[in-house]
Design a protein around this ligand. Structure first.
Ligand SMILES: NC(=O)c1ccc[n+]([C@@H]2O[C@H](COP(=O)([O-])OP(=O)(O)OC[C@H]3O[C@@H](n4cnc5c(N)ncnc54)[C@H](OP(=O)(O)O)[C@@H]3O)[C@@H](O)[C@H]2O)c1
Length: 322
């Protein structure tokens, strides 16, 4: 396993982070236990969870199966409910109870919201750090301007600053290349990537034109058939690239991310143990700069300023901050 300095924290974390979003849903507790055990055995020391997944079940399961192994993992979880100060401070207590931990390592705002108040949020996050309930704070899905704005507030007040941003990024969803990755490089912000396999499309799970695989997230996610239709031809090229190198498509998708400047770590989503090893192996599959460029050009994915149009911005809503 390869390790990397996590932003400015001083922590050395595995470039593959284990995502737990499926725990308690597609993944039962026994399988989750096997997945966590194998991940740790293979050197993964970074675990991502959240209070809002599956009504808190992934946190509850992680709390049970991490007993006796807490010292081996750096745990990130996310604020649930609102983003007002009271929600931030009560959400961490609920998460810690489910996780059976006295602190997490990284506490993240899950989504920016319309009408949010960055100063109150940064004050509340600082209180969580001061209370020893988390070592570091960060965010997910923040546009670059909001990250900089929030940290300027923290800096002025001597509060804990956001150390990381967690975002979707893969060969097709490329919005963070415009502002977020350059900002991360300039300011040593740790960037963790979610949806690296485009929910399985970049793991060879679905083939354009073929019926959706049963027992898959594709059965209930309308984005999957839409992506398959739009990117089918390029996907065939992507799968051919993997086949010609004799590797699993997930190797290629993750290796491309890990080769990308500004990407700190990639959160692997698995619902079964057998999906984990290709992701672990991907960390030692290296692309040349030419191969990286070839893959980058494969998909006609217009690089937009905001990934998926999901970030709040003036075009969507004039009254952004409270
Ligand atoms: N901060 C946020 O807003 C946010 C949002 C979403 C996720 N996350 C985090 O990011 C993590 C990863 O997200 P994600 O699950 O959407 O990532 P993903 O890598 O895009 O998708 C994972 C899915 O791909 C399929 N897959 C994985 N490995 C495979 C393999 N070797 N062969 C075939 N199929 C394979 C599985 O689908 P099936 O289950 O259908 O088999 C798996 O559930 C989550 O666990 C969570 O921790 C954060």
């Amino acid at each position: 396993m390869e390790y990397v300095s996590f932003g400015t924290t001083g922590a050395q974390l595995s470039r593959l982070c284990l995502g737990t979003m499926m725990f308690g849903g597609r993944t039962d507790k026994a399988e989750a236990d096997r997945i966590l055990g194998h991940a740790i055995e293979q050197g993964v020391n970074f675990i991502d969870t959240a209070a809002m997944y599956c009504d808190g079940l992934p946190e509850t399961i992680l709390g049970e199966i991490s007993q006796g192994r807490r010292d081996k993992i750096f745990v990130a979880t996310k604020v649930h409910k609102g983003v007002d100060a009271a929600s931030i401070t009560s959400s961490i207590d609920e998460s810690l109870a489910r996780l059976r931990m006295d602190h997490v390592d990284l506490y993240l705002i899950h989504w920016p919201r319309q009408g949010m108040q960055p100063e109150a949020m940064m004050r509340a996050l600082n209180e969580v750090v001061q209370a020893g309930k988390t070592r570091f704070v960060g965010c997910c899905n923040y546009p670059a301007w909001l990250f900089a704005h929030s940290n300027a507030i923290a800096e002025r007040n001597g509060w804990a600053k956001l150390v990381s941003n967690q975002l979707p990024y893969n060969l097709i969803e490329r919005g963070i290349e415009v502002e977020i990755l350059p900002q991360a490089l300039a300011e040593t912000i740790a960037i963790t990537i979610y949806r690296p396999l485009l929910i399985g499309i970049l793991a060879g799970k679905y083939q354009p034109g073929a019926a959706l695989t049963t027992d898959s997230r594709g059965e209930s996610d309308a984005r999957i058939p839409a992506w398959l239709e739009r990117y089918g031809a390029a996907l065939a090229g992507f799968n051919d690239f993997a086949a010609s190198h004799g590797v699993h498509p997930a190797h290629v998708a993750l290796a491309w991310l890990l080769h990308s400047p500004g990407v700190t770590s990639v959160i692997g989503g698995v619902s079964r143990l057998d999906q984990l090893q290709p992701q672990i192996d991907a960390c030692s599959f290296k692309l040349s700069d030419d191969e990286y460029a070839q893959l980058s050009a494969l998909f006609d994915s217009a690089v937009k300023e905001e990934a998926g149009g999901a970030f709040p911005g003036l075009r969507r809503e004039l009254q952004l901050l409270g």
